[in-house]
Ligand binder design. Structure first.
Ligand code: GDP
Length: 828
């Protein structure tokens, strides 16, 4: 038609035919077969051509427009033919439309089928994944349940619930999914619907077979996934809580409470804050507050006290039949210089025969003597009321009888009065020893009358207190004194049961070089045997060996017998009570409990344990200036004596506060404590170990060493009044290490040393240190470099040293070389 003439873009030439020749550029040609469309109906146009182009209708049917030369019959025939052609065409179009629709449906069906298949595929993969996860989870829970039977129930529950949920969710969730495509299909022809359904079910059946009948719907999977996601984010529905029994002592540190509840300490602090208590996790709260918290967290509170944990210590009342008389324990008290030490020595020397154990008694803090009449008396070797009271403060009432020493040439003095008061407070009977009666100026009667003022009425003045005139120097009256004590003991009817587990009190304790912690224990009841397991204060141990006051090994120690005990795990304190228990576990448990309790108590009482607490404390009592100090000493006795002396220093404006005291070398812990409170560390016959020394240097903590208590007291007094000069009394000029010990005839033991620091000077003072504890202080007998006696040896050089009057030197000991300096005293 229109493409037969005019411009032909592809250069189709020639008339309309079955084929056309296409010519392209560069002379290429191509023959193309052109298919001309057959006209289905050919209706000759009555008028001018072109009207039948689209098989037109109205002009053809209109008789007025009928072409000329056509008869009616012809017209009718043509019209029929036209109508038939039209009907045919409509029919064909309909058929085509129907065919098209069917094809479309078929495509749609295939698409859906593919989709479904894909979904099922996905579902199956997902289900397999879930199953794997589920299995893993179940296994884990099983393992957990095995490990924690208590937690098993809550852990198993969610699993069961989940499984049940999955089962119940299955029908609802699956239904719409399966029905939806089916509904769609039924709207169409529903062709082959049953077959597809059965095919789908087969897949599902296969799937469910793989799951062992526990198939899960996608919805259930999704829910589970959501739950897991929430759990991971931490806002899961709370797991079933494990209710714990929480043991709470009288006071407990917040963190420890949180630990015992297995809760986070931050949560506990938060809970406390909500209660209006601003505390940190390192602070302590009391039992009542703890109870509120424990309940808040849904646990069970169990109040505990020493008694609960220490129930294993059998406090059985002894039957009267089991009781046997025991020796009295005597403490000698009195004013300074009235002769307490002399009297103790005199008694010991008078009663310990020279042949016994070389005539030398060992100082273990107590000793026993036998009177002429055969009575056995146990004397505590620590005179003075300081030890007496500090022991009493710890709960050890050891003393049965107090011997009050009053010098006949001096009469009653302040400390005499103090001693009287202490004895009375403890309810312990007294015997007055009027000492120094050998002196011409002695006036025993004055002593007796003086004592009246303090309500001590001696027998001579028709009272009940026995009095004996003695002389520690001459030994006069000593036997009488001992008999008086024995008589007093008889009146007291002191008894104990030797056939039970031992209970005793620590008289003295120290960390002994080589032997470890050593304690002198005075057995109060029962008998202590070698091998016994015991708890003593915050320590525990097993009796490895025992020595009596004569230095003899003993296997048993009965009531009122003092023994030195080896085999402790730590150094107890004087006054600590020793109890024998059945098992090591019990001993350890009680000791640990006591340690914790002591820690809790200290923290609760605000005893300085942390910097904040110290600062807080200091601010609270700002009207009184305090000089805090940390004291370390070689033996417990010295430490306590220093503490007592320190506590006496001070007035209304200033006072000394002992932050901590203990036995042994100065350690890093001591330095830390001192630094925290700006305190100096006092070392009495002990030294700082190397790490502590470094730490002190770094932190600027002052360490002061003393070996004379009066020097220490003077210095602290001066420091407390802000008058202590920065100059030191002693200056260390060097240190030497003993590498070898030789025996040189005529000289004795000589130490082969290496001067490690500073200088060794012949004229200087020397101290022998063993494990940072001062063993000996004195002067040098020789200082040799090779064979020559020299005045000085420098650092890095070797030399030989020997001490004046001292032989106990060992390899590894350290010699401290010091010089004394005169210090200007501004006040005294
Ligand atoms: P303490 O401080 O109570 O232990 O007293 P001491 O035992 O150290 O004695 C103080 C001083 O008094 C020492 O110099 C002793 O020698 C002296 N002393 C002790 N007892 C007697 C005594 O009975 N007669 C004489 N004349 N002097 C004594």
């Amino acid at each position: 038609m229109s493409d037969t003439d005019g411009k032909k873009p592809l250069g189709i030439k020639g008339p309309r035919s079955g084929s056309v020749k296409q010519s392209f550029s560069h002379g290429r040609t191509k023959n193309v077969v052109v298919e001309t469309k057959r006209k289905r109906v050919v209706v000759p146009k009555p008028g001018a051509g072109g009207g039948a182009k689209d098989g037109g209708n109205s002009p053809a049917t209109d008789p007025s427009k009928r072409p000329a030369g056509i008869s009616d019959a012809e017209l009718e025939r043509r019209m029929k033919a036209l109508a038939a052609a039209r009907a045919n065409e409509a029919e064909e179009a309909k058929k085509r439309a129907e065919e098209e629709k069917a094809r479309e449906e078929e495509r749609e069906r295939r698409r859906r089928e593919a989709e479904e298949k894909e979904r099922e595929e996905k579902e199956r993969a997902e289900a397999a994944k879930r199953k794997a996860e589920e299995d893993e989870r179940r296994q884990r829970e099983k393992a957990e349940a095995k490990a924690k039977p208590a937690a098993a129930a809550p852990a198993a529950d969610p699993a069961a619930a989940q499984a049940a949920e999955a089962r119940s969710a299955k029908p609802q969730a699956r239904k719409p999914e399966r029905d939806k495509p089916q509904d769609d299909r039924s709207k169409g022809k529903g062709k082959g619907g049953g077959g597809r359904r059965s095919g789908k079910l087969t897949v599902n059946q296969a799937l469910s077979g793989g799951e062992g009948g526990r198939q899960r719907s996608v919805a259930a999977m999704k829910r589970k996934q959501e739950r897991m996601r929430q759990k991971a984010m931490g806002n899961a529905e709370p797991r079933e809580k494990v209710v714990r029994d929480v043991q709470v002592p009288d006071s407990i540190v917040v963190q420890e409470l949180a630990n015992r509840m297995a809760e986070r300490s931050a949560d506990v602090v938060k809970a406390l804050m909500q209660m209006g208590m601003m505390v940190t996790q390192n602070q302590s709260i009391d039992q009542d507050t703890a109870e509120v918290i424990v309940e808040e967290f849904g646990h069970n509170m169990i109040r505990v006290s020493d008694a609960d944990v220490e129930d294993v210590i059998k406090e059985v009342e002894d039957k009267a039949d089991d009781l046997q008389p025991r020796p009295p324990v005597i403490t000698i008290m009195g004013h300074v210089d009235h002769g307490k030490t002399s009297l103790l020595d005199a008694i010991r020397n008078a009663k310990v025969t020279a042949g016994e154990a070389g005539g030398i008694t060992q100082h273990i803090g107590a000793y026993q003597v036998t009177t002429d009449s055969g009575a056995v008396l146990s004397f505590l070797d620590t005179p003075g009321h300081a030890a007496f009271t500090s022991m009493r403060a710890r709960g050890a009432q050891v003393t049965d009888i107090v011997v009050l020493v009053v010098a006949a040439d001096d009469a009653v003095m302040p400390q005499t009065v103090e001693a009287i008061n202490h004895a009375k407070a403890a309810g312990v009977p007294m015997i007055v020893a009027i000492n120094k009666c050998d002196k011409p100026e002695a006036n025993p009667d004055k002593v007796r009358t003086d004592l009246l003022q303090h309500e001590v009425i001696v027998e001579g003045l028709s009272g009940e207190v026995q009095d004996v005139e003695v002389s520690a120097q001459t030994g006069q009256g000593l036997d009488e004194l001992l008999e008086a004590i024995a008589l007093q003991a008889e009146i007291l009817e002191l008894k104990a049961n030797p056939d039970r587990a031992a209970q005793g009190a620590v008289i003295e304790a120290q960390l002994d070089v080589g032997r470890g912690p050593v304690a002198t224990v005075l057995v109060q009841n029962g008998t202590l045997h070698q091998g016994d397991i015991f708890v003593v204060g915050e320590q525990w141990g097993k009796v490895r060996a025992m020595e009596n006051d004569r230095g003899e090994r003993v296997k048993d120690a009965g009531p009122s017998v003092p023994v030195e005990v080896l085999g402790l795990n730590g150094t107890p304190e004087a006054g600590d009570v020793l109890n024998v228990v059945d098992t090591e576990a019990q001993a350890r448990e009680i000791a640990e409990y006591r340690q914790q309790a002591a820690k809790d108590k200290r923290a609760a009482a605000g005893a300085a344990t942390t910097l904040e607490q110290m600062m807080q404390k200091a601010k609270e009592d700002k009207d009184v200036a305090e000089l805090p100090i940390v004291v370390k000493a070689d033996v417990q006795g010295s430490a306590e004596a220093i503490v007592q002396a320190m506590e006496k220093i001070g007035n209304d404006e200033v006072r000394v506060r002992v932050l901590h005291y203990g036995v042994g070398a100065i350690t890093e812990t001591d330095i830390g404590l001192a630094e925290a409170s700006g305190a100096p560390v006092i070392g009495f016959n002990v030294r700082a170990n190397a790490p502590a020394r470094n730490s002190a240097n770094q932190k600027g903590v002052e360490i002061r060493y003393y070996s004379v208590i009066y020097d220490l007291v003077d210095d602290v007094k001066a420091a407390a009044s802000g008058l202590l000069s920065n100059e030191v009394r002693e200056r260390f000029i060097g240190y030497a290490e003993i590498r070898e010990v030789f025996k040189v005839s005529g000289v004795g033991k000589v130490a082969g040393c290496l001067v490690t620091e500073g200088i060794a000077r012949r004229s200087a003072g020397v101290r022998l240190l063993r494990d940072d504890v001062v063993i000996h202080e004195g002067t040098l007998k020789t200082l040799k470099r090779f064979k020559d006696e020299v005045a000085e040896v420098l650092s890095g050089q070797e030399c030989g040293m020997a001490f004046e009057n001292y032989e106990d030197i060992r390899e590894g000991d350290v010699i401290e070389i010091f010089e004394r300096e005169e210090v200007e005293r501004t006040l005294d």
